[in-house]
Every structure is written in structure tokens, then in C-alpha cells.
Ligand binder design. Structure first.
Ligand code: GAF
Length: 385
């Protein structure tokens, strides 16, 4: 049975009504890490790993939600939506944002499940939040604008999950397009699509299968360090309102006035922003040498200056450096675990997976997982009777 069928069947079994189905994808990010909350640029794509969500109204004011992956049901009342524990926050958080924006909701039931690996940095939570927003908008005929849904997903993450994330993950999952990456300006939210077709090369994910527990706290800490950087920079450059407004030469001029750590964080973000723009040019020209070099430089910065990598991710990236079939590699997403993104020659794909898996297993005793992913359309109504 396919995944959407399974979700529908589970819904029928548990709640006895015919549901509508939403499909919501995870995302990769080609380059532009930790730039979104600094009002910079990112280059993500929605991928063919999904969460499916089934929804139907019920006649009460309570909402019953069943996670197929966790085999667990949680309920909440619409008149009492407050941060709880675990995955229900991603559902309740979005319902609460819709209610706050004045949309009228009634009781509903929901079943969801998917094949986006959890904790692998592929944004299963953003996919879930977007799926809930789209599902409730469809179910209650609210006609909420897609960009507003993206913002509600982000707010849900801030207020209910406690992670002060940027907008990239939910934007990519909602606005994705087949075969395309999205260059997003996270300040204006202007965006443009870029073909990801790379001829005889492909994108390949290596899942380190580690997820270090400091990820959320360190993420919020990095955000705070960047904010401090902006405040200090404003003393010299009053027109600056985010790191996006500063170039590396300007930053270097005031290096002595900044704490070392703050300088390091700012210097990474400023250079990463430039790499996004340059990577788009390289993609357009199909210049894989250049693109690959930017990936490696991005990883160096994330590891050394932004300090969000970990030994497992560093190993996976370093291992590829001597392999002629790999053009570039870097850690992807928030950091401290999850996947590396690799630009690999298609014909050497399996040999590469074998080599890197053996080496990783030998070094860390962990069985790596490799995922081949394709760029797809964003969150959408999948089925409605
Ligand atoms: C996480 C966040 F959710 C994103 O907003 C982004 O900041 C990313 O880390 C790092 O680029 O996925």
C-alpha cells in the first residue's frame, strides 16, 4: 500500500470519515546556511520526501491528531492552545497562528505520517507545519495565502517549538517547484527559480545519523550572536539593519571593536551570502568546479567560524576531498548532525556510497544512509472527494 493510501486507511479506521489529503515535502539547501535569519540569501529546494496529512471536521471543539510514525494520538482544545510537548506543537502551533490571525476553526481530526527522515535536517517539522496550515485552510475553506501560511509555520516554530528559526525551511517546502531550486531573498521575500539539472552529476545526501542535543540551544545562541554583531556594527555604520547590509571589507575595518566570536559569526554570514549569489551564477553556467568549491568553502566556514558542525559531519566532508567523483560537499541545515550534501558524478554514485559508508562505519561505528533526492513542487492538496 502506498503511503498516502496508508494515511487515508488509518484515518478511516480511527475516525470513520472520508478525509482530504495534503502532501507536504521536506527540503534540501544547496547553499546559504544561517543566512535566512540575517535577512540574507538562501538556495533551497523542496524534495521528494513527504509528509501526508489526512483531515476531516469533527462535530466538537476538540482536535484529535494521530501520528502514524510515533503511533500516538494527542488531543487539544481550540480554546486552549498552549505549547505542549513533542510533535503536537507543530500542529497546535499552526492552528493557534491561524486563530490569532482571525480565521475561524472548528474541531477536526488529523492523521499524518511520512518518509522524511526525522532528525536528519530535512525539515520534517516545516513540512508538517505547512501541511497543517494547508489542510486547515482547505478543510475550513479559509483560502489563506501561501506566503501567509509560510509565516504561520515559522511563528508556530518560534512560539510553540521554541526554535527561533528563519523562514527558509517552510518557504522551500511550500514554494518548491519541480526540477528547480529557489533563490530567496529573506528580507524582501523576492524569489527566483534556478534549474538544478546538472547533467552527469547529481545531488546526494549522506545522513550522518547523529543529532546532537545542543542543536536548538546553539541555534538560538548563534542568532543572538549575529544580533549582537549588528548592534556593534551600527555604531560605525548607522545604516546597517542586518548583516546583509555589510560587506567583508567593512567588517574587517572594525574587527578590533568586536569580540572574536562575534567577528567570526559575522564574517561567516557575510561570506556565505556572497557564496549564494555566486553559486547561482555557477549553476546557470553549469560550472560545477566553481559550485563545488563554494560548497567546500561553505562547510569550512560553518565548521571553523560558525562552529555548528560536529566530528561526524567534518569527517564525511573531508573524506570526499580526494575523490574525483565528488565536486563538492558540505554539511546542510542548522548543524550538529543531520546530512551532508554532495555533488557527485552519477555513474560513480554507488561506488561513492560504498566507499564513504565503509569509512564512516570504520571510524564511528555508524551505518550511514544515503538519499537520492529530486526537486519537486511544494505543499499541495493531494486528494479531496
Ligand atoms: C534550520 C532553520 F530552521 C533554518 O531557518 C535555517 O536557519 C537553517 O537551520 C540554517 O541555514 O534549518
Amino acid at each position: 500500500m502506498s503511503l498516502p493510501q496508508l494515511i487515508r486507511e488509518t484515518f478511516l479506521e480511527k475516525y470513520g470519515a472520508e478525509p482530504l489529503l495534503i502532501r507536504s515535502p521536506g527540503r534540501i539547501n544547496l547553499i546559504g546556511e544561517h543566512t535566512d535569519y540575517n535577512e540574507g540569501y538562501v538556495l533551497p529546494a523542496a524534495i521528494d520526501k513527504y509528509i501526508y496529512l489526512a483531515f476531516a471536521r469533527n462535530s466538537g471543539e476538540s482536535c484529535r491528531v494521530y501520528s502514524r510514525d510515533f503511533e500516538q494520538e494527542q488531543t487539544f482544545m481550540l480554546r486552549d492552545m498552549r505549547p505542549g510537548t513533542g510533535w503536537i506543537n507543530f500542529v497546535m502551533g499552526v492552528a493557534a497562528q491561524l486563530a490569532k490571525a482571525g480565521y475561524v476553526l472548528d474541531g477536526f481530526d488529523c492523521v499524518f505520517g511520512g518518509d522524511i527522515p526525522i532528525g536528519a535536517g530535512l525539515s520534517s517539522s516545516a513540512a508538517l507545519e505547512n501541511g497543517v496550515g494547508m489542510g486547515l485552510s482547505t478543510l475550513f475553506e479559509l483560502n489563506v495565502d501561501r506566503l501567509d501560511l509560510v509565516k504561520y509555520s515559522q511563528q508556530a516554530e518560534h512560539e510553540f517549538a521554541g526554535v527561533k528559526c528563519g523562514i527558509m525551511d517552510m518557504f522551500a517546502s511550500m514554494m518548491g517547484k519541480e526540477q528547480q531550486a529557489i533563490r530567496l531573498d529573506c528580507r524582501s521575500l523576492d524569489y527566483a527559480y534556478f534549474p538544478v539539472d546538472l547533467g552527469d552529476h547529481q545531488w546526494l545526501l549522506c545522513d550522518s545519523r547523529v543529532s546532537h542535543s545542543l542543536a536548538d540551544s546553539a541555534y538560538n545562541e548563534r542568532r543572538e550572536e549575529c544580533r549582537q554583531g549588528v548592534t556593534l556594527l551600527q555604531a560605525h555604520y548607522p545604516q546597517v539593519s542586518s548583516l546583509r547590509d555589510v560587506n567583508y571589507a567593512q567588517l574587517s575595518l572594525v574587527k578590533d571593536q568586536l569580540p572574536d566570536t562575534v567577528f567570526q559569526r559575522c564574517s561567516f554570514v557575510i561570506q556565505e551570502n556572497e557564496r549564494v549569489i555566486q553559486s547561482c551564477e555557477a549553476l546557470e553556467r553549469k560550472d560545477l568546479d566553481r559550485l563545488g568549491a563554494y560548497l567546500y568553502r561553505s562547510h569550512e566556514g560553518l565548521s571553523r567560524d560558525y562552529e555548528v558542525s560536529c566530528p561526524e559531519l567534518d569527517f564525511l566532508v573531508e573524506f570526499t576531498r580526494e575523490l574525483p567523483e565528488v565536486m563538492g560537499s558540505r554539511m546542510m541545515g542548522g548543524g550538529f548532525g543531520g546530512c551532508t550534501l554532495n555533488l557527485v558524478k552519477k555513474s560513480a554514485r554507488q561506488a561513492f556510497i560504498d566507499k564513504i559508508s565503509t569509512a564512516y562505519d570504520k571510524r564511528f561505528g555508524i551505518h550511514l544512509k544515503a538519499y537520492e533526492v529530486n526537486a519537486v513542487d511544494g505543499t499541495e492538496l493531494y486528494f479531496q472527494q
